[in-house]
Each structure stands twice: as structure tokens, then as C-alpha cells.
Design a protein around this ligand. Structure first.
Ligand code: DGL
Length: 259
């Protein structure tokens, strides 16, 4: 039976976890929210690499059959070294520039991501490989991760932040927005409403879940079995116990990170 370790700098990776649960209903899922160290977006590469190493070691000791890096920022910095270090399928996430470039009608796409992801060589490579003939506008989104970490997915403050970041992209003709941080699909309702019906939002999470399912195709399917979920947080436990079940949509056991 598959046991899958999924992690993010915080609760954003739940947007990936829900797609995994949807495709793999019988798998056991372990989720680590590194909320005590979020946001990763402004951290050094060395800091992020050390966090990734600690969390992956925890998963390895827990006997997982695969690891999912449900964080664009951590994927850009550390997916490579994880694959070199652990003899397990490691599935990572990257901003969905390729499908966005294929779908835009205006020829302008906006990439919403953290400053570190936008500066990463991986982004330059994606734009180079798939963004030819398309204008790619990069947009950091200050404060969005923190709003999601607090569970504030709507309301005046969140809407003002989202409006400030996306308006310049819309003004330049973007009709396709890449949700290049796993926290951002959790703000999809607000982004979609402010962007309007003619703008498409692209979230790579379903593709990540499909890639994971493909990599686990040989694992016993466990037909009829209902998989379990366990959540750990490195941040304040009271906040996680309020926010994670609300985002996950049902009661969830939240455990304190073994210090
Ligand atoms: N959810 C993360 C991502 O996909 C990182 C957000 C952050 O901690 O800055 O990039």
C-alpha cells in the first residue's frame, strides 16, 4: 500500500494533497506544513535545502513509498538533491508555464509566484523552452502566503492584496494566470472573481497528482480501502488545528512536529 509524504512551507501544499487524495483514495498520506519557517520565498537556498532535508529524512524514517514536494520554491531549490539522496519516487512541482503558453489567446501570460521561484534558473529554463512567442510577465505576490497561512482566504485585506498584484498583469493584456505557488489555488475564488471570466487560472496540482499516480502504478491498488491522513506542523499548533481542517474540509489529526 502506498504511503506518501507530502510537504510545503506551510498549508499551501494542501492544494496538491487534495488532488492526490482524489486520484489515490486508498493511499495513506502524511503531510508536513513547515509553517514555523514560512514563507520560504524570501529565504536563502541553503536554508530551504536544510529544511527539505530534515522533512524528507522524517518521511524516509516513517517508511514512505514516495515524496511529493508540494512547494514550487522548495522544488526549484532542492528537488534535485532529494532525488540524488533518496531511492524513492520524488515528485516536484513547477509553475505551469507550458500549458499557459499553449492556452493564451492574447499572447500574454502572468506568472504569480514567490520572489525566489521567480529568480530561479528553473523559471528561466521554462520560459525559454515554452514561452517563445508569448509575453511572460512575472509577478511576486507579497503577503499572499501569510494570508493563506492565517486561513484568511477572503475579506477586504486579502482582496486588496490580490487586486494589487494582478491588476498590472490584466492591464498589460494577460488572459492566463499561472498559480506558481501552491498557496495560491487556495485563493482561487478571490483571484477568479477579481480577474473576471475571460482570464484562465492554471494550477499544476492535478498534473502533479497524475504524475505521482503514474510513478506508483506498480504499487498494490488497495481497492475499496479508505486511506488515512496525518498532518504535522512546525508552527503554532493551535493555528494549525484551526486552519488545516478548514482548508482540508474535514476533521484532520494535527500532530506536533517532533522537535
Ligand atoms: N507554497 C510555496 C510555493 O509553492 C511557498 C510559499 C512560501 O513559503 O514562500 O512556492
Amino acid at each position: 500500500m502506498a504511503t506518501i509524504g507530502v510537504f510545503d512551507s506551510g498549508v499551501g501544499g494542501l492544494s496538491v494533497l487534495r488532488e492526490i487524495r482524489h486520484l489515490l483514495p486508498s493511499a495513506d498520506l502524511l503531510y508536513v506544513a513547515d509553517s514555523g519557517h514560512a514563507p520560504y520565498g524570501e529565504r536563502s537556498a541553503a536554508f530551504i535545502a536544510a529544511r527539505v532535508d530534515t522533512i524528507a529524512t522524517f518521511f524516509h524514517q516513517a517508511g514512505v513509498t514516495a515524496i511529493v514536494v508540494a512547494c514550487n520554491t522548495a522544488s526549484a531549490v532542492a528537488a534535485h538533491s532529494l532525488r540524488a539522496r533518496f531511492d524513492l519516487p520524488v515528485v516536484a512541482i513547477e509553475p505551469a508555464i507550458k500549458p499557459a503558453a499553449q492556452r493564451t489567446r492574447s499572447g500574454v501570460i502572468g506568472v504569480l509566484a514567490t520572489p525566489r521561484t521567480l529568480r530561479s534558473p528553473g523559471i528561466a529554463r521554462l520560459v525559454d523552452a515554452h514561452g517563445r512567442g508569448v509575453r511572460v510577465l512575472m509577478q511576486a505576490c507579497p503577503g499572499w502566503v501569510e494570508q493563506v497561512e492565517r486561513g484568511e482566504l477572503g475579506g477586504e485585506r486579502t482582496e486588496a492584496m490580490v487586486a494589487r498584484a494582478i491588476q498590472p498583469l490584466l492591464a498589460q493584456g494577460a488572459d492566463t494566470l499561472v498559480l506558481g505557488c501552491t498557496h495560491f489555488p487556495l485563493l482561487r475564488d478571490v483571484i477568479a472573481r477579481l480577474a473576471g471570466p475571460n482570464v484562465e487560472l492554471i494550477d499544476p496540482a492535478p498534473a502533479v497528482a497524475r504524475e505521482l499516480a503514474r510513478r506508483l502504478a506498480d504499487a498494490p491498488a488497495g481497492v475499496g480501502r479508505v486511506g488515512t491522513e496525518r498532518f504535522w506542523t512546525t508552527g503554532p499548533i493551535a493555528q494549525a488545528r484551526a486552519v488545516i481542517p478548514a482548508l482540508w474540509g474535514r476533521p484532520a489529526p494535527i500532530l506536533e512536529w517532533p522537535a
